[in-house]
Design a protein around this ligand. Structure first.
Ligand code: URA
Length: 250
């Protein structure tokens, strides 16, 4: 992906060192098996277990009605203990016709106070990452989390809490129909892929959610705030995500 001067400025702001990408070898000069071994692995993963939430299937043909209905169901949800400590539910934000869906783990304190995902310091870094690839929470990206309520003390959501919210996430994916999911952090990656490998081992490959939506895994922005040297790897992950979209567009 070419780097415009605006993207370069944002990458610099992120502290991401920019390297020129090598030109792809021409088909004539490269043996097919070499190309195959260089291509990111596409890995089929088992379907996640069935969601607990009975999310009413408002027809996807009428998204104008489906979104308010879904948000009302989330706001009324008492399926797990997080409903007792939340201030607001945090369903999601962004472009409902986006080709990218960013999925994080759970709302934090600021998100719980405002009812919007990724509005704290990690959210600002996420916005800068998205801006670097010409996207924003208003254009080209829908942002949500594995769970829609804040876990106390910002602990990781428990498996049964993620399970209780899975139907809502499934419905959001069905409505947005993203061409790519960017899973940020281990909680998102583990719940979407049904695996428990470290993020460092899950990134750099193209996974599939339920055999139909490509998933690219990257580091959580909150982790990047603590480990800024890892930021440069995120640029590679964002380029991989863009490549997947370009390949799917043919
Ligand atoms: N971290 C997340 O994973 N999600 C948010 O919405 C905020 C912080």
């Amino acid at each position: 992906m070419p780097v415009s001067s605006r993207q370069a400025a944002y990458l610099d702001a992120l502290g991401v060192t920019r390297y020129a990408r090598r030109a792809a070898p021409s088909a004539a000069s490269t043996a097919p098996e070499v190309l195959a071994s260089q291509a990111p692995a596409v890995v089929a993963v088992p379907r996640p277990v069935a969601p607990v939430q009975d999310v009413t299937e408002t027809p996807a043909t009428d998204p104008a009605a489906a979104w308010p209905a879904l948000h009302a169901q989330i706001a009324a949800c008492t399926a797990c203990g997080l409903s007792r400590t939340r201030t607001h539910t945090v369903p999601g934000v962004g472009d409902r016709q986006a080709d990218w869906m960013v999925i994080g783990e759970a709302p934090g304190a600021e998100e719980d106070a405002r009812g919007e995902p990724f509005v704290g310091p990690a959210g600002k870094l996420l916005d800068a990452m998205l801006h670097a690839v010409g996207r924003s929470r208003r254009r080209g990206v829908y942002i949500t989390n594995i769970v829609k309520c804040r876990p106390p003390n910002n602990r990781d959501p428990a498996p049964q809490e993620a399970q209780a919210c899975a139907g809502f996430l499934q419905r959001q994916i069905a409505l947005v129909e993203p061409k790519l999911i960017l899973a940020v952090g281990k909680v998102a990656a583990h719940n979407l892929l049904g695996r428990d490998d470290p993020v460092g081992r899950l990134r750099g490959q193209v996974w599939q959610w339920q055999g139909r939506v490509p998933v690219v895994v990257t580091y959580h922005p909150a982790y990047l705030l603590r480990s800024p040297l890892e930021k440069r790897k995120v640029w590679d992950d964002l380029c991989l995500a863009q490549d997947v979209l370009e390949r799917s567009a043919g």
